[in-house]
Design a protein around this ligand. Structure first.
Ligand code: HEC
Length: 499
């Protein structure tokens, strides 16, 4: 909490603002899924940490099992990676490239940095120093094969537990994505009906991407019966299945608040069906629908997709603890870089542009966020660093942490009680990559008491637009919080139970 906020005693989410914020949110995150399996423990050592390998590793005995466990989830036929590690030859012919990417820490993709705590399933998603050394030693000895590679395992969903049942939802017809202007990405929201006749708790969600080569992540949002009409309207207004939703579902929600957002689950390639900790679940009312937001990355071409999701749900009578989603947004105020000029480098012009593109409410977001985070909305100081502190108001147990920015993001951190002896980093992503957004289940849930402070810190880099990479628009402009690809966000998300 900033001193000015403490003085004014603000810092709580105000309903009107909360609604506005919830409206504009894009919450592309991934991979509770990737972090599903148990184990925990921070096994990923920093690249460069040496482990020794005493003999030349055997391909079949040593190398193939590592590739199968840690790489084939994505590197399979039709998978999100550009090539499959589905034969000894396919692996061996890329030995030196494999060695290079694992030494550089680029593969497997795992955004959390060394300051992050341990996450559930991390050891299944990252290489240990020993595994890395084995791959490198094998490659430098020539990357030879001495037998077959094992076939990758098909991803499995979370097992169904006693009292639970499976609910399947999916696109009724195929959708062929097309990139939104200036990007290589398409965000599409589809309404799915889980046909719930009773209140339930969702305990796990596994996504089966139809066109897995292009599905980069999927988020499930709940739509209570009171909002079904809004969802239907959005669907009807956009031709083809679903509607474009780069920034968020676009569904208005009176019940929405920063402390209880409408997020159910998220998934990314390599994920196996994220399960929430035992005894917890996301409540879903009878008659609710689910909006499935799919992020298609079209760098490798496009294809018709019919993604689906398999949920496990427990009846309300099972008495699971409700999981809530806390949103931690921070204002984004990025001035044009030195030497840049243009009409939209003026903040007022940029605000007017937001209103023109997304409606007047969009222009209330930037001042609303400044106010929420205890800063002056009249004397605005642009900065590449966005920070917001918020005080926790009731006993809370933090289970899952995630962050979200757009294409100009460069790092994001979520922490509890920063700068105090009780400070705890919940998530630290030192090198933000828009294509590997994630939600991470803490190996040790973190308890917070009323008065504790949650902080989100984001860094953005407007210089990224000079590279124009990944469809970053190059026109100079003052960047504010907004829905579009050309706008930015700084958003932390936490899944918590109360108590
Ligand atoms: C979560 C999905 C995922 C996992 C797991 C994964 N990869 Fe990849 N890999 C990708 C994607 C996607 C690309 C294409 C580049 C990109 O988008 O980052 C890629 C690219 C590569 C490349 C090509 C790099 C280049 O510069 O051309 C190599 C080599 C590679 N991966 C090796 C591995 C190895 C070895 C493992 C396991 C230790 C692994 N990958 C695990 C998704 C994954």
């Amino acid at each position: 909490m900033t001193p000015s906020m403490r003085k004014r005693g603000s810092g709580t989410a105000r309903t009107g603002l909360a609604v506005a914020i919830a409206l504009g949110l894009a919450v592309p995150l991934v991979a509770v899924a990737c972090a599903q399996s148990s184990g925990g423990g921070s096994s990923q050592t920093a690249p460069g940490v040496q482990a020794t390998v005493s003999r030349t590793p055997s391909f079949t005995r040593d190398v193939a099992p590592i590739v199968q466990r840690k790489c084939s989830g994505c590197h399979q036929v039709g998978g999100v990676a550009p090539f499959a590690f589905d034969s000894a030859r396919a692996i061996s012919s890329r030995a030196s490239l494999i060695s290079a990417v694992v030494q550089a820490g680029l593969m497997p993709p795992w955004p959390p940095g060394a300051r992050s705590p341990a996450y559930v399933g991390e050891d299944k998603r990252t290489l240990s120093a020993q595994e890395r050394a084995t791959l490198v030693a094998w490659a430098s000895a020539g990357g030879k094969t001495d037998g077959p590679a094992r076939k990758p395992l098909a991803p499995k969903g979370a097992p169904v537990r006693e009292g639970e049942r499976v609910v399947e939802v999916g696109l009724p017809t195929a959708y062929t994505p097309s990139a939104q202007p200036g990007t290589t990405d398409d965000y599409r929201c589809f309404v799915l009906d889980p046909k719930l006749t009773e209140d339930v708790s969702v305990t796990s969600a596994r996504i089966d991407p139809g066109a897995s080569k292009i599905v980069h992540h999927v988020i499930l949002f709940r739509v209570p019966p009171s909002q079904r009409a809004d969802a239907a309207q959005l669907d009807a207004a956009d031709p083809g299945p679903g509607w474009t939703c780069f920034g968020g579902t676009g569904i208005s929600s009176a019940s929405e608040s920063l402390n209880d957002a409408d997020w159910i689950a998220a998934w990314a390639p390599g994920g196996q069906g994220g399960r929430l900790p035992d005894g917890t679940g996301v409540p879903l009312e009878a008659g609710s629908e689910i909006v499935m937001q799919v992020h298609y990355n079209l760098l490798n071409g496009k294809a018709p997709d019919r993604s689906s999701a398999v949920l496990t749900v427990a009846p309300k009578s099972a008495g699971l603890e409700d999981v809530h989603t806390i949103l931690l947004p921070a204002p984004v105020e990025l001035a044009c870089a030195k030497g840049e000029s243009g009409r939209l480098c003026d903040r007022n012009a940029a605000l007017a542009e937001l209103a023109r593109k997304y409606g007047v409410e969009a222009a209330f977001m930037p001042p609303g966020l400044l106010y929420l985070c205890g800063r002056s909305a009249t004397d605005v100081k642009p900065s590449p660093v966005s920070i917001c502190d918020r005080r926790i108001r009731e006993p809370t147990t933090i289970l899952v942490a995630a962050g979200h920015m757009h294409l100009l993001g460069s790092s994001i951190r979520l922490e509890l009680n920063p700068g105090t002896p009780r400070s705890k980093v919940l998530l630290d992503i030192p090198r933000w990559d828009f294509h590997w957004q994630g939600a991470y289940t803490l190996a040790q849930p973190v308890h917070a008491e009323p008065g504790d402070v949650l902080r989100v810190t984001c860094r953005h880099d407007v210089q990224r637009r000079h590279h124009g990479a990944h469809g970053v628009p190059t026109t100079p402009r003052y960047i504010l919080w907004g829905e579009g690809t050309t706008d930015e966000m700084c958003l932390g998300l936490l899944q918590v139970t109360r108590g």
